[in-house]
Ligand binder design. Structure first.
Ligand SMILES: [Zn+2]
Length: 259
C-alpha cells in the first residue's frame, strides 16, 4: 500500500546513519517537522547529490509510515538554494540558532504551516546584509506567538492593568511578560526592570508581520543585547529547553564589527 507524501521542505539538520546514508531533519510546509533517511546519500552517483542543502528548500517525496518516525526518502529536488547562508557567517548563525530551536521545540509529524512560513521568511530576510540579529529576534517572537506563548507587553500579565509607557513595569518570564510594579512587589516570581526604549523595541518587533518591516528600524547594540537577554530568559522558561544553538548565535550576532 502506497503512503507517499509530497511536500516542500527545508533541511534543518543532517545526521549520520552509515558511511553512505544520512538522516535529514526537515521542516515541511504541510507536515511540520519530519525526519527522513536518505539511503546512499553520500555515494558519488547518488541521485540525491546536490538536491539537499542546509536551509535550502527542496521538493520532497517520502514514505509516510516510517519506523520510529524515521521515514524513507523517495525523491528530492532542490527548489530554492540560499547561497547567502554560505557566504555570510552571521546569517548562517541566525539560521542555525532558529533551526536548533525548531528541531528541539517542534514535535515530529505535526503540521505547523505558519511556523514554516515564518522560518522561510527569516531565511529569505537573511539575504539582506546586516539583517541577521533583527530577523532572528523577529522569528523568535513570531514563533512564540504561533505557539500561543506571546509575551504580554501591553497589560500587566498578572492583574491586566493597562501599562502606559510611564508606568514602571518589570519583565517576568514565569508570569508571561510584563507585570506592574505592584504585582511585582507582591510576588516572589523573579522579574527584571525593562528600560522603556527596549520595551518599545520589543513591541515593534512583536507587531511586525515580516522581518522586512524592521529593515529601517534603527537600534543600538546595547538595545539589541537587552532584547536578546529578555527573549532568551522567556524562551528558556516557556520552552523549557537548553537552546545551545541560540547561545552560539547570540555570541556571533553580538559582535560589534560589521561583516
Ligand atoms: Zn499588575
Amino acid at each position: 500500500m502506497s503512503d507517499l507524501i509530497h511536500d516542500e521542505a527545508v533541511a534543518l539538520r543532517f545526521g549520520p546513519h552509515s558511511n553512505t546514508s544520512r538522516f535529514v531533519v526537515w521542516l515541511t510546509a504541510a507536515h511540520g517537522r519530519v525526519v527522513t533517511l536518505i539511503k546512499g546519500a553520500l555515494r558519488p552517483k547518488s541521485h540525491f547529490l546536490g538536491q539537499v542543502d542546509l536551509f535550502a528548500t527542496s521538493d520532497l517525496v517520502y514514505y509516510g509510515h516510517g519506523h520510529d518516525r524515521v521515514h524513507a526518502t523517495r525523491e528530492c529536488a532542490l527548489l530554492r538554494p540560499r547561497p547567502w547562508l554560505r557566504a555570510d557567517w552571521r546569517a548562517a548563525a541566525a539560521a542555525s540558532g532558529a533551526a536548533d530551536m525548531l528541531v528541539k521545540a517542534l514535535p515530529s509529524d505535526e503540521p505547523h504551516p505558519d511556523v514554516y512560513a515564518a522560518f522561510t521568511a527569516l531565511l529569505d530576510a537573511l539575504a539582506r546584509p546586516g539583517a541577521a540579529a533583527t530577523a532572528f529576534h523577529w522569528f523568535e517572537l513570531r514563533f512564540l506567538d504561533l505557539e500561543g506563548l506571546q509575551p504580554k507587553l501591553q497589560h500587566c500579565a498578572a492583574c491586566t492593568t493597562d501599562l502606559k509607557p510611564d508606568v514602571e513595569a518589570r519583565f517576568s518570564p514565569s508570569r508571561g511578560g510584563l507585570v506592574c510594579s505592584a504585582c511585582a512587589a507582591r510576588s516572589s516570581a523573579p522579574s527584571d526592570p525593562v528600560p522603556p526604549d527596549v520595551l518599545a523595541m520589543l513591541g515593534v518587533w512583536q507587531r511586525a508581520k515580516s522581518p522586512d518591516e524592521l529593515a529601517a528600524v534603527r537600534h543600538t547594540p546595547g538595545q539589541q543585547r537587552a532584547m536578546a537577554r529578555l527573549l532568551g530568559a522567556f524562551l528558556r522558561f516557556h520552552l523549557n529547553l537548553r537552546l545551545a544553538g541560540r547561545e552560539v548565535a547570540m555570541e556571533i550576532l553580538d559582535e560589534r564589527t560589521d561583516g
